[in-house]
Each structure stands twice: as structure tokens, then as C-alpha cells.
Design a protein around this ligand. Structure first.
Ligand code: NAD
Ligand code: MG
Length: 392
């Protein structure tokens, strides 16, 4: 029996890498549904190549256009529209695995729906977990969903943890700390003065990874590492104090676990998201991913340094938001999304991204994050707050 897969955010960087891995294993996997926001041409080509049962375009006009184009090609793919259709394709009884690869808060409801429906959730959309941590992990547990981290660092940590971690509480006593690696982004070593002048074009050019615009800017501010710190706290049930961020500019080691006996176990490989994607799809087995084998002689050197918390305050802001608990992390995430969009539109300086998040966290009222309504209300409040600041 082939596994049925829904790919949320199929037209993005992770979505395309996922389809590339799936294409190598047509005997193992079948595409059930693909989704995109507005990129009609890309989704059309993907539908023609993978013949899913459904294609969802959140934007209604785009959905109409896709539907017409598919008919012209004689395709029988059914086109659905609206945010509720995303929830439907993530929770359909026919589906085995859901790749959660929508960027930002827009992915929260379908990703949560996949967990509630007891699917294997391949989690790339870290913002969903950052926003709803407790609720999300509870949904995974209550519905026997399988949560497999696709973020390369978390996938590496997952691979480096002892077998049975998460089920057997004694495993935790074996672990000293988690070493979360960071490339340092394109502005590693830069001071605040130089950072205040960087352009969107410079910020989206990551030295090692090819990614969507939003996560590329997050990598440049180190907010990506901040979000990943929160993500790791939820996934592996640890506190920020048990995680050390290690800047490792080559991005060959994808993260490590340090044990009480002095052992440090890491996962290495070329920086290509098809490795964690293939691992998540096939776990506990392994399948070919198309990733170029690592040549250590070519790499030759691995370097490590401390993160610069003065020039990149986003890291500490994320840690503080996690410690504050409740809706604070959802507020941090929403403030970041709006500030990054403002920076990409050249409305604010690069350094204003972290300043605005700091201001938002100082001004907000933190509530309990015990319902999806409370989380979405906090998200909406933070968006309005930062939008107001950008316009003023
Ligand atoms: P991307 O911008 O390349 O793609 C985003 C996808 O989400 C697209 O398919 C787009 O159509 C869809 N989308 C955007 N807004 C939407 C909305 N409002 N409603 C529905 N769909 C919408 O992003 P990406 O780089 O592929 O990243 C996707 C997620 O994976 C992010 O959460 C990111 O943090 C995470 N991630 C990415 C990488 C990477 O290497 N790209 C690595 C680790 C984690
Ligand atoms: Mg990552």
C-alpha cells in the first residue's frame, strides 16, 4: 500500500523539495493533495506531474484560474478554495502523512488539524508550533499523531537523541544539553550600525541554504534561531537553559546532543532539505533523497563560535517570550511576521525588526494560550500593533 501524502505549501521551497523526494519513490508514496496561496503556474505544473486528487488555492481568483487551466489540459484534479479547504485536505481520512510547509501563522489551522486527525505530521512550519506549543503537543498526544521535525536542526536532534526519548522518562537523565547550530546568516560579524543599512536583497541571500523570503530574513536577524529555540523546547520538552546556540558557519553539522558521559552525537550532511524530508517520510527507515554525498575532504574545516546577542537581539527576545509563556510566543511570532513584511517592502530598517518585536512584547497583555481562539486573538492584536507602528 502506498502512503497518501498531502503537501501544504507545495509551491514553496520546502514543498518543491518534498515533491522532488516523492518523485524518486512513486512505488512508496502517492500525492493526495497539493496546496498553494497564489502561484497558479507552479501549482498547475505540479498537478499535471503528480495528479493529486485535490489542489487547494487559498486565493479564490487563483483557484478559478487553476481550475480552467487544468480543464484545458484534460486533467481531473479537483480544485478547492479557501482556508477551510486546507483543513479538509490535512485531515481527510484517506491521508497518511501531511507535509506542513506553509510559511507563517497561515499554516497553524491545517497543521493542527493534521495532528488532531492523528496523521504523521512532517513539521516544517515552525511558526505553527511556536504559536500553539502546548495545544499542539497535546493534540499530537491525544490523537496518537506522529510528529516528525523537518527543520534541519530539529531533525538532527531527533536523530541524535536516544531511542525511546519522549516515551521513557529515564532517557532525559542521559542528556546534558542540546547544541542547536546556527549558520549565523549573511551578516555574521556585522555591528548594529552596518546592520541598520542592509537592504532586503542582501538579507534574503543566505550563504548556505536556498529558502523562502521570510525564513531567509529570519535567518539574517537570528529570529529563525529564536523560533527554533522555542520549537526545540516544545518538541523535546526542555527549557531554553538546556539549549546552547552554537554558530557553525559551514552548516554541515545540523545540531548535536551532549550526553552526561561526555559523548556528543551529531548529524551531518550537505545543507539540503531533502535529507530531513526523506527521513521524515520514511522514518524509521531511510530512503534515497537525491542529496549529494558529503565530501569531508572538500569541507576540510568546521568552525564554531558564540552568537552575537547584542547585534542580533532576536535570539534573546524569543527565549524571553517562551519563558513568559501563554500567548507571548504567538505575539512574538506575529510581530516578527509583520515587521519582516515591512522590511521587505522597505518601510522599516533591518534593525527595526527586533526593536518592533521588543516594543510589542513590552506593550502586550499575555493571556493563557489554552484555546485556538486565544492564540488567534493574540496574533491579531500583535499584527495591528506592529502595523500601526510601521505606518506612524
Ligand atoms: P516559501 O515562501 O518558499 O513557501 C511558502 C509556501 O506557503 C508556498 O507554497 C505558498 O503558496 C504558501 N503560502 C504562503 N502564504 C500562504 C497563506 N496565507 N495561505 C496558504 N498558503 C500560503 O517558504 P519555505 O522556505 O518553503 O518555508 C516554509 C516553512 O518551512 C516555513 O515555516 C519555514 O520556516 C519552514 N522551513 C523552511 C526551510 C527551508 O529551507 N526553506 C527550512 C526549515 C524550515
Ligand atoms: Mg532550521
Amino acid at each position: 500500500m502506498r502512503q497518501m501524502i498531502t503537501v501544504l505549501g507545495a509551491t514553496g521551497s520546502i514543498g518543491k523539495s518534498t515533491l522532488d523526494v516523492l518523485a524518486r519513490h512513486k512505488d512508496l508514496y502517492e500525492v493526495f493533495a497539493l496546496s498553494a496561496n497564489t502561484q497558479v503556474d507552479v501549482l498547475l505544473q505540479q498537478c499535471l506531474e503528480y495528479s493529486p486528487k485535490y489542489a487547494v488555492m487559498v486565493d479564490e481568483a487563483s483557484a478559478k484560474q487553476l481550475s480552467q487551466s487544468l480543464k484545458q489540459h484534460g486533467s481531473t484534479v479537483e480544485v478547492l478554495t479557501g482556508a477551510s479547504a486546507l483543513v479538509d485536505i490535512a485531515s481527510d481520512p484517506e491521508v497518511d502523512q501531511v507535509m506542513a510547509a506553509i510559511v507563517g501563522a497561515a499554516g497553524l489551522l491545517p497543521t493542527l488539524a493534521a495532528a488532531q486527525a492523528g496523521k504523521r505530521v512532517l513539521l516544517a512550519n515552525k511558526e505553527a508550533l511556536v504559536m500553539s506549543g502546548h495545544l499542539f503537543m497535546q493534540a499530537v498526544q491525544d490523537n496518537q499523531a506522529e510528529l516528525l521535525p523537518i527543520d534541519s536542526e530539529h531533525n538532527a536532534i531527533f536523530q541524535s537523541l536516544p531511542l525511546g526519548y519522549g516515551q521513557d522518562p529515564s532517557c532525559k537523565q542521559q542528556i546534558e544539553k542540546i547544541l542547536l547550530t546556527a549558520s549565523g546568516g549573511p551578516f555574521r560579524g556585522w555591528g548594529l550600525d552596518a546592520l541598520s543599512k542592509v537592504t532586503p536583497k542582501q538579507a534574503v541571500k543566505h550563504p548556505n541554504w536556498s529558502m523562502g523570503q521570510k525564513i531567509s530574513v529570519d535567518s539574517a536577524t537570528l529570529m529563525n534561531k529564536g523560533l527554533e529555540l522555542i520549537e526545540a523546547c516544545w518538541l523535546f520538552d526542555v527549557k531554553p537553559s538546556q539549549i546552547e546556540v552554537v554558530v557553525h558557519p559551514e552548516s554541515i553539522i545540523h545540531s548535536m546532543v551532549q550526553y552526561v558521559d561526555g559523548s556528543v552525537i551529531c548529524q551531518m550532511g550537505n545543507p539540503d532539505m531533502r535529507t530531513p524530508i526523506a527521513y521524515g517520510l520514511a522514518w524509521p527507515e531511510r530512503i534515497a533523497s537525491g542529496v549529494k554525498p558529503l565530501n569531508l575532504f572538500e569541507v576540510a574545516q568546521l568552525n564554531f563560535e558564540l552568537p552575537d546577542r547584542q547585534s542580533f537581539p532576536a535570539l534573546d527576545l524569543a527565549s524571553q517570550a517562551f519563558e513568559a509563556g501563554g500567548t507571548a510566543a504567538a505575539i512574538l511570532n506575529a510581530a516578527n511576521e509583520v515587521a519582516v513584511a515591512g522590511f521587505l517592502r522597505e518601510q522599516i530598517a533591518f534593525t527595526s525588526i527586533s526593536n518592533l518585536i521588543d516594543e510589542t512584547l513590552n506593550a502586550c497583555k499575555i493571556e493563557a494560550a489554552d484555546s485556538i481562539e486565544a492564540i488567534l486573538a493574540a496574533d491579531a492584536w500583535a499584527r495591528r500593533f506592529v502595523e500601526g507602528k510601521i505606518l506612524s
